[in-house]
Design a protein around this ligand. Structure first.
Ligand SMILES: *[C@@H]1O[C@H](CO)[C@@H](O)[C@H](O)[C@H]1NC(C)=O
Length: 270
């Protein structure tokens, strides 16, 4: 989990706390990415927590991390929370009535400071269950903090955050699923799904006038961790971030803290 405070560009990005985690679809129609407005509460600053790979019904120290998130969330007076996916282990949710939603989310993140909007993407473990359940309006009725979509944009004034559905990029999930089943409903042909997504993202990034441009996905682009680089993101996503001066990319998946920068571009990934 990481806490971020963004100020104007002249000030340094402040990474305040990191605790290692435990371990509408845009298919055939070429729709623009859905946008959400998140007005800043304090002028000139924005702070939020980022976590990934978390839903364990409190086990694997999830509850302990949640308590610390509550404390730091209060200290930073956060505006919202970002989840980089793998929201529910081991295999996502079974449906929108799955008790794991309440047991791993509502009943865990109970601190006052965490009663804010959560913006989530799906991870590969979420695709192993009923992926569409996590996107459903029904969950928002159970807990109004929840908002999970495949790819979307949050305009938080000082920053624009571009959420990218990275799981369909990974070819091995289609070709050698290793006994897992993935819920690819709503994806159609992965080739055109990715081509459309890249097109929409390129356009949105090029039009963005935000001081901070941040991209969020589940899989790492580059990583020295367990899973290593995600080649498909190195070849298809990284060039777009570079060309559009994205400030940083934030991801989960590898369950460890890394801060990677690149001599040839300004994009930093976490
Ligand atoms: C929980 O955290 C403690 C202290 O860091 C660690 O010793 C223990 O292995 C963790 N438990 C699990 C299940 O990860």
């Amino acid at each position: 989990m990481a806490g971020l405070i963004l100020k104007n560009k002249s000030m340094a990005l402040c990474l305040v706390l990191v605790i290692c985690s435990f371990g509408l679809c845009f298919v055939s129609t070429h729709a623009e990415l859905q946008r959400f407005e998140q007005p800043a509460r304090t002028e000139g600053t924005l702070s939020f927590l980022v976590l990934g790979d978390w839903g364990r019904k409190g086990a694997f120290n999830q509850s302990e991390v949640a308590v610390q998130m509550g404390r730091i969330g209060e200290k930073l007076d956060i505006d919202f929370v970002v989840s980089t996916g793998d929201n529910f282990y081991d295999n996502g949710l079974t449906g929108n009535q799955d008790k794991a939603f309440v047991e791993s989310f509502t009943q865990i993140y109970t601190a006052n400071s965490l009663q804010k909007q959560w913006y989530s993407v799906l991870g590969n473990h979420d695709y192993r269950g009923n992926a569409e359940a996590q996107l459903s309006q029904q969950l928002r009725k159970i807990d109004s903090r929840w908002l999970c979509l495949r790819s979307f944009i949050v305009n938080a004034e000082l920053a624009e955050i571009f959420f990218v559905d990275t799981t369909p990029f990974v070819q091995s999930y289609f070709t050698k699923a290793e006994g897992h089943t993935y819920d690819w409903r709503g994806i159609g042909s992965p080739r055109s799904y990715i081509a459309n997504l890249i097109k929409d993202l390129k356009l949105a990034l090029s039009e963005s006038k935000a001081k901070w441009k941040i991209v969020v996905g589940h899989h790492a682009i580059r990583s020295i961790g367990h899973h290593g680089d995600t080649e498909e993101l190195v070849s298809k996503l990284h060039p777009i971030l570079k060309a559009n001066n994205v400030d940083f990319y934030m991801n989960g998946h590898d369950h460890c803290l890394e801060h990677i920068s690149d001599r040839e571009s300004n994009t930093v990934s976490n």
